[in-house]
Design a protein around this ligand. Structure first.
Ligand code: TYD
Ligand code: ZN
Length: 416
């Protein structure tokens, strides 16, 4: 079920700088049915490889446990769909993908992104090990193999559909232990000028904005461009472009192509690599300072919420993202402090947060119950949510935004 990481999954060395330990915690995305027994705990420690600077968990929980019945459904929020649309537009107008070209997506979830590629005239195949989600994608007409993206799966896709002009992995690459197998599969699938586009939460944002709650068992790796550049290079893939995107707290989309491909490398790649060195990502201090800030912020969030509750206020969680359950566990907050959490995902409603067993309800029910404070667990959508919940604020309700530093948002602070 759980195995310690010795050798780095990128470079193979076994020389780690320990950064943070959260002790043994419950799987953040394991929303329980009220009849379920409490889940199991697994160690949650994070370290940085002294050779290639991969930030990684020190333990890997088996993927069957994490992903085969997955409750995370890609969001239809404006932020996410805007980004998905931009990727499709860029693939056609910027990268020259033409009608009939094949796009293969790993971790394709319910197929929302691939459906957009289909609308643009491209052929698509999804690969996702979550059987419940793959079934939903197939039902909407997005062909999806309920599998891990292994070399064998990639070869089978190529045999059946021909080579891919694009292999896309959005917000799943950091969940994968054997990254070499995925890259091997991708290189076998790609055309000579094909594009591998990998989107990951950006390590620089994690460090700069104290996003400690994004550290949980699903997220095995926390990538800089430097580490990905080295990893892809080892598979004959040249990074030729990189985007920053405001999704999931700040992400990068790294575009790579076979070494001999005619696609020119854009200057932004070298600039971002230099910026990472200038920020000290290749040193050790930056990680030690991050760890110290996280210890402080964890304590401050817990103290703030406990103080409000002790003063008679009611607090509920806004959103029940996996990182929200990681945050509550890391801050020692439970049902005594947080009465319930709201979430738009119907699969989560009626279930309980792991460990704390805080119940999840719909946003409509949650706002009707009118807590004094909403702890904004889905802080990566802060702008959109605060705009949507204007009424709650105008009625005197407040948000607690936990990240990067806990702060309280009221109607006055929004207009100010
Ligand atoms: P997300 O941050 O995308 O992922 P993770 O689980 O990896 O941390 O999850 C956001 C959650 O917040 C998701 O369960 C949907 C929910 N949500 C709302 O309840 N209301 C909203 O307005 C939005 C944008 C999201
Ligand atoms: Zn390494």
């Amino acid at each position: 079920m759980v195995r310690p990481v010795d050798r780095c999954r990128v470079c193979g060395r076994d020389d780690w700088l320990d950064v943070l330990s959260f002790g043994e915690t419950l799987l953040a995305g394991d929303f329980q049915d009220p009849a379920d027994p409490p889940g199991d705990r697994y160690p949650l420690d994070v370290a940085v490889c002294r050779e290639c600077r991969l930030m990684s968990l020190r333990h890997v929980v088996s993927p069957e446990k994490l992903f085969e019945h997955y409750l995370y459904v890609s969001s239809d929020s404006g932020l996410i769909t805007g980004h998905s649309r931009r990727l499709v537009e860029h693939s056609v107008a910027g990268l020259g993908l033409a009608e009939g070209d094949l796009v293969v997506e790993l971790g394709s979830n319910v197929g929302a992104q691939l459906a957009m590629f289909q609308e643009a005239g491209l052929r698509t195949v999804g690969v996702d090990p979550a059987r419940n989600l793959a079934a939903a994608a197939n039902e909407r007409g997005v062909e999806t193999l309920p599998e891990y993206f292994t070399t064998a799966a990639a070869v089978r896709v190529a045999e059946r559909h021909g080579p891919a002009r694009m292999v896309l992995g959005r917000q799943c690459f950091a969940h994968i232990d054997d990254v070499h197998e995925v890259l091997d599969g991708a290189t076998r699938l790609l055309t000579a000028d094909g594009v591998l586009a990998i989107e990951v939460p950006y390590l620089v944002e994690l460090l700069a904005n104290n996003q400690f709650d994004t550290i949980f068992h699903e997220h095995l790796s926390y990538f800089s461009l430097g580490t990905l550049h080295r990893l892809f290079g080892g598979h004959g893939l040249r990074v030729f472009d990189v985007w920053t995107a405001p999704v999931h707290g700040g992400s990068i989309v790294v575009f790579a192509t076979p070494e001999a491909s005619p696609r020119p490398t854009r200057p932004v790649v070298g600039e971002m690599l230099a910026d990472e060195r200038a920020r000290g990502l290749t040193g050790e201090d930056v990680y030690r300072r991050f760890a110290a800030r996280v210890e402080r912020v964890r304590a401050e969030i817990g103290d703030l919420v406990r103080g409000l509750v002790a003063g008679g206020a009611t607090v509920a969680g806004y959103g029940a993202p996996a990182k929200g359950s990681a945050l509550l566990q890391a801050c020692g907050l439970g049902r005594a402090e947080v009465a319930f959490c709201t979430d738009t995902t119907s699969l989560k409603q009626g279930r309980l947060l792991p460990g704390s067993r805080i119940p999840v309800c719909s946003p409509e029910e949650g706002t009707a119950r009118r807590p004094d404070y909403f702890l904004l667990l889905a802080w990566n959508y802060a702008e959109e949510i605060i705009r949507k919940e204007r009424r709650f604020l105008e009625d005197g309700g407040r948000f607690i935004v936990p990240i990067p530093e806990p702060r309280i948002v009221s109607a006055q602070t929004v207009t100010a």
